[in-house]
Design a protein around this ligand. Structure first.
Ligand code: NI
Ligand code: MN
Length: 223
């Protein structure tokens, strides 16, 4: 499984000829190395409605005839904009042609412009026996220990930007509960307000049973 980072919380996951994009914030993302036109995917996963996550999801969905996967309220919003979609909700999992997606809780908001788009979520994505956890935008929550106990997480993508989400210290605690094989920081250095040193995240996890991978935008990680 290959993970390519596009800055902020956007990742492309490729495995066995299948490809998905998570939180496709490309237009307006100063870190992104690609535009929506460059994206060829089988599905678009969106954690919540905020513009820095929903991003270009509708355009990418239409261009690829790829479903937007997310919470019921957010997917309904996207359907009304002409996208295709598959609505789910927190705690539910579904087997898609590319793999399994399960929605987890995330403590945050979810709206776009003046539209309320329900609750935010995180994703557990299992493809070909590998599991990636994308936490979405969230604060630290102790149920991360339950997520870690009930899933063998190969790679955890956790926000470290502070202000809108967990900061570095809470993200370090999150990784301690999730117990992934690899931890990747996200949602930082896109804007001044979420400026963080990812090396502080790495240092905080030194000596723990986890490999920290700090990805530059455009960089690919083999999981
Ligand atoms: Ni947000
Ligand atoms: Mn955000």
């Amino acid at each position: 499984m290959k993970l390519t980072y596009q800055g902020h919380s956007c990742f492309i996951v490729e495995c066995k000829g299948q490809s998905i994009i998570i939180d496709p914030f490309l237009n307006g993302n100063p870190l992104a190395k690609i535009t929506p036109k460059d994206v060829t995917v089988n599905a678009v996963l969106v954690t919540h409605g905020h513009g820095d996550h929903l991003g270009d999801a509708v355009e990418i969905s239409k261009k690829n005839n790829a479903p937007i996967i997310g919470t019921f309220e957010l997917v309904n919003y996207c359907l009304a904009k002409g996208a295709t979609g598959h609505a789910m909700h927190i705690g539910g999992g579904h087997n898609f042609p590319f793999g399994r997606v399960k929605l987890t809780i995330a403590h945050h908001g979810s709206s776009i412009d003046t539209a309320a788009t329900g609750n935010p979520c995180g994703f557990l994505i299992t493809i070909d026996g590998k599991t990636v956890y994308h936490a979405g935008d969230t604060g630290l929550f102790s149920d991360m220990a339950l997520i870690g106990e009930t899933n063998s997480i190969d790679c955890a993508l956790v926000p470290i930007g502070d202000n809108f989400t967990m900061g570095v210290d809470d993200a370090i605690r999150a990784v301690g509960m999730l117990k992934p094989r690899i931890a990747v920081p996200m949602h930082y250095n896109t804007f001044d307000l979420i400026k963080q040193d990812p090396e502080a995240f790495r240092r905080g996890l030194a000596g723990k049973q986890v490999r920290v991978e700090i990805l530059k935008p455009g960089e690919t990680l083999e999981v």
